[in-house]
Design a protein around this ligand. Sequence first.
Ligand SMILES: Cc1cc2nc3c(=O)[nH]c(=O)nc-3n(C[C@H](O)[C@H](O)[C@H](O)COP(=O)(O)O)c2cc1C
Ligand code: SF4
Length: 491
Amino acid sequence: MWHTENPIRHPLPEARWPTQEEAARSLLFSPVQIGRVTLESRTWVPAMVPWRATEVGFVTPNILEWYGRFAEGRPGAIVVEATGIRDIASGPLLRIGHDRFIPGLRQLVETVRRRSQGYTRLFIQIIDFLAVKRRPPKEKYFERFLRLTDSHRRALAETTGDARWMKAAESDLRAFLTDAPDELLDRVMDERELESLRYGYRERVTDTDLPHIKELPAVLPGIFADAAVRAREAGFDGVELHYAHAYTMASFLSAKNDRSDGYGGARSKRVRLPLEVYRTVRERVGDDYVVGVRFLGDEVIEGGSHLEDAVYFGVEFARTGFDYLSVSKGGKFDDAKQPKVGQAVYPYTGQSGYECMPTVLSDERGPFGRNVPLAAAIKRAVNQAGFNPPVVTSGGIGTFDMAESILRRGEADIVAAARQSLADPDWFLKIRLGRGEEIRRCVFTNYCEGLDSMHKQVTCKLWDRVQLDEPEITMSDDGRRRLVPPRWSDA
Ligand SMILES: Cc1cc2nc3c(=O)[nH]c(=O)nc-3n(C[C@H](O)[C@H](O)[C@H](O)COP(=O)(O)O)c2cc1C
Ligand code: SF4
């Protein structure tokens, strides 16, 4: 994973855990209203992909166990992982692109209700993403993928000083390029071709020469809305539209979106499709259903959107009626590390990925609560504009005091914790019971994220090799790791 030059290794912040009485009086464990739904506390497990669905996107017993285990800690809300809205294969990621997915999702809702004793509200994050292909072997790229044009021939003739390339057989050109050094390829191929060769082919929302990309504004509102209706039918308390990180809707919001069809360029145009999607979803699910959004406070990429854009988007989202705003940061393809041949580029491997899930190897600011200022600025602007949807913040939050002081300072209305909840899904309950000393604290070194980036079942290094002799535990596909932490009482 990326980290800054000469990083500082930050120690975990001192944790002082409250008594049961103090916890009961805290803001963190006070209710908050989201649309028509009341959360019993301001604690939140944000979306986290665990790589546990079937190859075709159905809920599995391991998915039920994963969410059931989080539910036992009784957070105010859990957001189910990014779930694909199209009816296309996407590996072991959940899908909601057809009615056949509803029964499994309904089981998931029932599991969370039961295991949280009805305490935890359940939302589902719904996502659209564009094609990202694996990095091809060089031979395959030149043999099959590169579309040879006259401009390649010209550049090659100029670079080599050999005019015969203008008329040479295609097979000779392809063979020559396969063996050519990088410097020559840099001069002969354009930026997108080089990217496809070195990182794998990746579509962008600005590829409007492709009909299916051009038509996104016509197509997406309907498929998001269909997915939201299915979520409602399955019993979820609401949907979270995924407008963050590296995916389609975030790319429409991005300052890099220069589409010329009214859906790119100025901020007001970049936000147009995200608002149209919202309105269509709202029309179909009704006014009494929670529709929230996750979006970026900063893309953290060159030429990308920054906080001023996010403040504008936040106000527009609130004005249009979103029930909550969940603020994330970074997580883009643009600065991701080059994948190995045969692997796909992953959006959490560069600096923007670091900013999404900051680790203890950091600059002076450190990872703890690092992204709160973004949520705070968005909340301030949204409130000043006269709107009050709860704002959710996340990023390196793993102590009661930190969460409570964010709320007391009015920087956010709800505190989300992904990795701390993965390290110890019971942590909210332990705090409520005045047993904070028993919390297994996340060390923020991103072993879990490493598994995610390799598309392996996500676990936490603090518990995935302990008590492996426990009867009836489920192990990971590689047979080495348990898939959920030991029960608290057994731990
Ligand atoms: C394994 C893993 C998977 C994640 N998957 C998603 C996802 O599906 N959707 C999303 O919006 N964020 C996802 N995130 C980001 C988290 O929701 C969260 O924003 C990030 O981890 C920072 O919060 P934390 O410091 O509390 O972990 C994921 C994070 C991890 C560690
Ligand atoms: S593996 Fe566990 S301890 Fe490490 S960052 Fe992830 S949740 Fe935290």
